[in-house]
Structure formats: structure tokens, C-alpha cells
Design a protein around this ligand. Structure first.
Ligand code: PMT
Length: 401
């Protein structure tokens, strides 16, 4: 996958710089061409001599040496991908705010290729609001963040901040080139996905919800984005983290009403809608303004029906291709087929709460996909692989019509 690929490594001044020596070995072992640029501070942690010996190329630090200019634009345009690792809080901050006071930053700012960033810093620096904001900005520029890992830090403290291991960095780079080679089958399409549960407020501190984790919806979002789609992920409360936010616009909502509003503010512009959210069917008729006191022996709450978001999408369907989910426990296929018809869907993904390893919160799912003309049962597999099956099935229908 990495043979002949041109990979530029930018190292800033962090103790994790030593790990890059191992990474260079791994990349060269796969036939990649590697070049290295250091910030002046990185030189305190690893030597240009070691890195140039390992990478079999000249390592650059300064704008000029021996009266000759190191052309930052040439190096930047040579690269097919840049990995900034370790990326210190200081270098990260300069990168996202356009400060360009060394050769490494000038190379970064001149680059046109994808950029990966592997942060490396002490745990409080990693948690600091300015770092969080800078990482968000970097993602907003379309860069890929390889999150820091948990463990013992150089300071002796323990927490998140250690740069990802060379094996992880290597995997991100090879996955990137593998993804590039895979066809972008959804390029130019906009895909809207609902995910996770909704919480319906009873009073300011209580709500009614369900056990959906969002895993299925997030897996669909990542898979669609990898295939080149622009993804709008409308998510109820979820602890899930996207592995990459590239091509994904995450809209966080809480209630079914908020999910409905978010969906319909984008509905006209989407090509594919996928409803994997477990939307609350009912919401309390009255939302108490104050926390309900436990003075009474019993408490009755009246519920009213929420609008069925997917059904409304089906009713207003023009060019959109719609995929629903059915979470069933009995008369499974019959109910799924009825939902397919009643909600005016193109296909429905049936998952059963009776199958071990399927449904809420699990890493895996076992589904049957049903369309008007076709159906197929799949084995139990990871939600990422289920997402691929769902999109493969959908693409077959979309591109054959
Ligand atoms: O989030 P995870 O923990 O990964 O779990 C994934 C999942 C089990 C939640 C997911 O695979 C799933 O089955 N989602 C649909 C759950 C559900 O609410 O199913 P349903 O049969 O009640 O609803 C049918 C369809 O209508 C669904 O596409 C649902 O999103 C949609 N719906 C339902 C009610 C409503 N008010 N609005 C809707 O859009």
C-alpha cells in the first residue's frame, strides 16, 4: 500500500520524537519514500544525523544552510501526505493560526496534500481549552487528528497526552492510502444520517430515553464519508467519538423535536437519508419548569406521540433515497416490510433484539436488509462492516435504477 508513496514527516520538539525513528523504519520497509523536516526545538530530542541515516534523505531544519536556500514550497509540493508527529501544543497553535516562524511551519503552510497531526503533550496541556479549540480548528481545515493515548507521561503524571505509538501512526497512513485506492463510490452525494437516542425532558433534571449508543449511526457516517459523500450526522446524546470528522458535519441534538428540525433544515439538499436513530416515540405532554418534588406517593405523567421523522421524510420524498431501520422483537419481517411500505422507504435494515450481539450498545450487529424487490440476511459482524453492507446494498439499487 505504501510502496513509492511520498511521505513527509514534520517533527516538533517533544520527547515522543524518538518514536518517529521506528516509524521511519516501518515506512521504508514498505517501500515508502520518506523525507523529514524538524522544528529547531525537535533537534534537542533527535538528531538530524540519525533521521537522515534512517530515512536515507537529507533532513531539513533551517531556511538556509551553507548559503543555500531550502525551498519550503518544493518540499511541500513533493509530499503526498504530511504527518506532523510529535505535534506539540506550541506547533499546533502556530499551525492553525498561520504563524510561520520556522521552516517546518512554512512547509506545512505551503502544502496542498492531506495532513495528519499526532499531538503529544502533558495531560493538562492536552485538556486545555486552547488545545481543544486548536484541534477543532485543525479538523475544520480538513486535517486528520490521530488522538493522543493514555498512559504514563514524561512528567511522571498519568493520563491522555502520549503521542500514538509508531504502529498506530503507520496504520493511519496505510489506511489513508488504502482508502484513496478504494473507489469513492459516493462522491458528490450528500448523505444525512440520524443516530443515537433522543432524550425527552420531564423536568429540568429528568428525561425519558433509551439505550441506543449511536455506534451504528457513527459507523454509517464514517463509512459514507470514506466513500466520498458529504455527511450530515444528526446525533442524539452519545458518547461516541468519530475516528475522523473529515467530510462529516456533526449536528448534536437532544430531543425528537430537535432531531426533526435538524433533519428538515437539510432535507431538500440531501441525496440519501438513513434513519438509524432510536427516536423516542412519545414525549411528556407537560415539561415541568421546576424539578418535580417527591411529595406524592405516586406520579403520573401523560405522554403524547412524537412526529415520526422518517415517516415525514417519506411523505416529503422527491429525489431522496431513504433507508430506515426496524428494531423488532416479534413478527420481525412482517413489521419491517410494513414500515418499508408505510414510511415510503427504498430499503429497510431489520435488526432484532432477540439476536445476541445485536442492537443497542453492542459493537456488532446482525441485520437483514429488505427492499421492494430484494432481501439479504447477513451474519453477525462489527458495525463498521454492517455499515459497508448497508451502503453496498444501497449503491446497487441507486446505480442500477
Ligand atoms: O445506537 P446503537 O447502540 O448502535 O444501536 C443501533 C440501533 C439498534 C439503535 C439501530 O440499529 C436501530 O435499529 N435503529 C432504529 C431503532 C428504532 O427506533 O426502530 P423503530 O422500529 O422503532 O423505528 C423505525 C424507523 O423509524 C427507524 O429508522 C427510526 O429511526 C425511525 N423513527 C422512529 C420513530 C420516530 N419518531 N422517528 C423516526 O424517524
Amino acid at each position: 500500500m505504501l510502496s513509492q508513496k511520498k511521505i513527509l514527516l514534520i517533527l516538533s520538539g517533544g520527547i515522543a520524537a524518538y518514536k518517529i525513528q521506528i516509524l521511519i523504519r516501518m515506512l521504508l520497509g514498505e517501500g515508502a519514500n520518506v523525507r523529514v523536516v524538524l522544528t529547531p526545538a525537535a533537534k534537542h530530542f533527535v538528531t538530524p544525523l540519525t533521521l537522515s541515516t534512517l530515512s536515507r534523505s537529507k533532513v531539513l531544519v533551517d531556511f538556509h544552510e551553507n548559503g543555500l536556500w531550502n525551498n519550503h514550497v518544493d518540499i511541500a509540493l513533493w509530499a503526498e501526505v504530511i504527518l506532523v508527529a510529535p505535534c506539540t501544543a506550541n506547533t499546533l497553535s502556530k499551525m492553525v493560526h498561520g504563524i510561520c516562524d520556522n521552516l517546518a511551519l512554512a512547509v506545512y503552510m505551503s502544502a496542498k496534500c492531506p495532513v495528519f497531526i499526532a499531538p503529544s503533550m502533558d495531560l493538562d496541556m492536552y485538556k486545555h481549552p486552547s488545545t481543544r479549540q486548536n484541534l477543532d480548528l485543525a479538523e475544520g481545515y480538513g486535517h486528520f487528528i490521530i488522538p493522543a493515548e493514555e498512559g504514563i507521561l514524561a512528567s511522571g503524571l498519568e493520563g491522555q497526552g502520549r503521542m500514538a505509538e509508531p504502529e498506530t501512526l503507520f496504520k493511519h497512513l496505510s489506511d489513508f492510502f488504502r482508502g484513496k485506492e478504494r473507489k469513492k463510490t459516493l462522491l458528490g452525494k450528500t448523505v444525512l444520517i440520524t443516530a443515537g437516542p433522543t432524550y425527552e425532558a420531564i423536568d429540568p433534571v429528568r428525561f425519558i430515553g433509551n439505550h441506543s449508543s449511536g455506534k451504528m449511526g457513527y459507523a454509517l457516517a464514517e463509512t459514507a464519508a470514506e466513500r466520498g459523500a458529504g455527511v450530515i450526522l444528526v446525533s442524539g446524546p452519545s458518547q461516541e467519538k468519530l475516528r475522523s470528522k473529515h467530510n462529516i458535519n456533526l449536528i448534536s441534538v437532544v430531543s425528537a423535536k430537535e432531531m426533526y428540525d435538524a433533519v428538515f433544515s437539510h432535507y431538500d439538499a440531501i441525496d440519501i437519508g438513513i434513519a438509524s436513530a432510536a427516536v423516542a416515540d412519545y414525549t411528556p405532554k407537560k415539561k415541568f419548569r421546576q424539578k418535580i418534588k417527591k411529595t406524592e406517593e405516586s406520579l403520573s405523567i401523560e405522554f403524547i406521540k412524537n412526529t415520526d421523522i422518517l415517516k415525514a421524510m417519506g411523505e416529503q420524498k422527491r429525489h431522496q433515497f431513504l433507508i430506515g431501520f426496524a428494531l423488532e422483537m416479534e413478527n420481525e419481517e412482517e413489521n419491517a416490510r410494513e414500515k418499508l411500505k408505510k414510511k415510503n422507504l427504498d430499503m429497510i435494515v431489520l435488526n432484532s433484539l432477540r439476536n445476541k450481539g445485536s442492537g443497542f450498545g453492542e459493537e456488532t450487529n446482525k441485520v437483514k436488509i429488505i427492499s421492494k424487490e430484494n432481501e439479504r440476511s447477513y451474519s453477525l459482524k462489527s458495525k463498521i462492516l454492517v455499515a459497508q453492507d448497508i451502503l453496498n446494498f444501497a449503491e446497487n439499487l441507486i446505480y442500477s435504477s
